[in-house]
Design a protein. Structure first.
Length: 103
């Protein structure tokens, strides 16, 4: 079963941290990620005041932090949680968690 809405957008952003560290990766992944972010925003599952470029900058910055997956994972969780609208933050099931590769 494929995730939809905010889950799909968060999964896609997590994948960026695993492999996208260059501007070339950024360009290639923008075509697939922007529609996911927009769909989640239209469903009010992600904040409306954050653009795709801003979300991408956030995860790219985390991806460039030296260290292991274990070191970056809590930083990614915190960053992704910040993309959720205030109402979603009240539901602990909506909070991103777990390994960088998925929930």
């Amino acid at each position: 079963m494929r995730p939809s809405g905010a889950g799909a957008a968060r999964s896609w952003l997590r994948l960026l941290v695993l492999g996208a560290r260059s501007s070339r990766d950024r360009e290639r992944l923008s075509a697939t990620g922007e529609p996911l972010l927009r769909a989640a925003q239209q469903r009010h599952q992600l904040r409306l005041d954050v653009t795709f470029e801003q979300a991408l900058d956030l995860v790219m910055a985390i991806a460039k932090i030296p260290g292991s997956e274990q070191y970056r994972s809590p930083l990614l969780d915190a960053g992704l949680r910040g993309l959720l609208p205030a109402a979603a933050l009240e539901d602990p099931h909506d909070a991103p968690r777990g390994r960088l590769g998925g929930d």
